[in-house]
Design a binder for this molecule. Structure first.
Ligand code: ATP
Ligand code: MG
Length: 300
C-alpha cells in the first residue's frame, strides 16, 4: 500500500560496522534514553520558545502541536501561539477562529486582555492563542509603531506566570512578526527537514537570531535544531542528517522525527498525534523531543 511505503516513523538505531556496541541513533551519536520529567510543584514563569525556520513546510506547526501536547502530558502547562496568518496551528488543534479574538487583536491593541483570548484545546494543559488571515495585515500596521519589535513580548508578559512554556509557531519568513517572536523568546527551536535544500537558509536564520541577540534580546539562545521528515531507508536522508550534525554539532537534538503520513492524518483530525495515535512511533518521537528538551534545561 502506498500509505504503508511512506510510513517510516520507526527509527531503529544504525548498526556500526564490525562492532556490536555501542548502538548509534540516527544522528550518529550513541542512543540515549531521556528520563520522564519529574512533576513540577508549581507553574510559571514560562520559558518562551520560538519555532522558527523561514523555509516553508519543514514541520514548525507539527512540532508546536505535538511537542506542546507531549509537554502537557508530562504535566507542563503549555500555551501555543499561532503566529502565522495561515492559521494552521489553530486548525491543527481543532480551533475554529471565526468570531474569536486572535493574536492580531492583541498586537494591534484592539484587545488588551491577553487572558481573554486564550482558548483551551482538547488536550488538557495545552492552551492556544489562535490566529487567522487577519494577521497578514499586522506587519503593515505595526511598521510605524514605537518599539514595534517588542509588541509580542509585551502581550505575552501578561500571562507568562500561568504557564511553564510558551511555544510560538512562526510563519515561514524573517519579517517583522518573526522578529517579534525572536524578541519575545528565551530560546529558538529550528525544525529542519532532512532534505537536500534544508541547509540553505539556516545560516541566514542563525544570522538573524544573532542580530536580534545584538540589538533586541541579549539573552536569546538556540535551544536546538530538530531534524524532521527523516527517512532512514534513503541514503539521501541519511546524508543530509550527517551534514547537519557535521555543521551544527551538539546543537542538533538527538531526537529525530521520521516521515510518516500519520502527521497529515492527525492534522486533518484537528488533534495532536499523541491523542490521534498515542501508541504510534511518531507520537513517541515527539514525547522523546519533550523529554530531551527538559533534560537539556530548555523547558522546566
Ligand atoms: N514528520 C513528518 N512526516 C510526514 N509529514 C509531515 C511530517 N511533519 C509534518 N508533515 C506534514 O508536512 C506538511 C508541512 O508541515 P508543517 O505544517 O508542520 O510545516 P510548517 O513548517 O509549519 O509549514 P509552514 O512553513 O507552511 O508554516 C503538513 O502537511 C504536515 O502534516
Ligand atoms: Mg506552519
Amino acid at each position: 500500500m502506498a500509505a504503508k511505503r511512506n510510513d517510516v516513523a520507526e527509527l531503529p538505531g544504525l548498526d556500526v560496522p564490525g562492532t556490536a556496541e555501542p548502538k548509534l541513533g540516527p544522528t550518529g551519536r550513541p542512543l540515549r534514553e531521556f528520563p520522564v520529567p519529574a512533576p513540577l510543584n508549581g507553574h510559571g514563569p514560562a520559558r518562551i520558545i520560538a519555532l522558527c525556520n523561514q523555509k516553508g513546510g519543514v514541520g514548525k506547526t507539527t512540532t508546536t502541536i505535538n511537542l506542546g501536547a507531549s509537554l502537557a502530558q508530562y504535566g507542563r502547562r503549555v500555551l501555543a501561539i499561532d503566529f502565522d496568518p495561515q492559521g494552521a496551528l489553530s486548525a491543527g488543534l481543532g480551533i475554529n477562529t471565526h468570531d474569536l479574538p486572535t493574536i492580531y487583536d492583541l498586537l494591534l491593541g484592539s484587545e488588551k486582555d491577553t487572558l481573554s483570548t486564550i482558548v483551551e484545546t482538547s488536550t488538557p494543559g495545552l492552551d492556544i492563542i489562535p490566529a487567522n488571515i487577519d494577521l497578514s495585515a499586522a506587519e503593515v500596521h505595526l511598521v510605524n509603531e514605537v518599539a514595534r519589535e517588542m509588541i509580542l513580548a509585551r502581550v505575552l508578559r501578561r500571562v507568562s506566570d500561568r504557564y511553564d512554556v510558551i511555544l510560538i509557531d512562526c510563519q515561514p519568513s524573517l519579517g517583522l512578526l518573526t522578529v517579534n517572536a525572536l524578541t519575545a523568546a528565551h530560546g529558538v527551536l529550528i525544525p529542519l527537514e532532512c532534505e537536500f535544500f534544508a541547509l540553505r537558509g539556516v545560516a541566514l536564520l542563525i544570522e538573524t537570531i544573532d542580530k536580534v541577540r545584538d540589538r533586541l534580546n541579549p539573552a536569546i539562545t538556540l535551544d536546538g535544531i530538530l531534524p524532521t521528515m527523516f527517512d532512514p531507508r534513503t541514503l539521501h536522508s541519511r546524508e543530509v542528517l550527517e551534514r547537519v550534525v557535521e555543521t551544527f554539532g551538539d546543537r542538533v537534538l538527538e531526537s529525530v522525527i521520521g516521515r510518516t503520513v500519520k502527521f497529515p492524518d492527525a492534522s486533518v483530525a484537528g488533534t495532536p498525534i499523541t491523542t490521534f495515535a498515542p501508541e504510534h512511533a511518531a507520537a513517541e518521537s515527539y514525547r522523546r523531543v519533550a523529554r530531551e528538551l527538559v533534560a537539556r534545561g530548555a523547558v522546566a
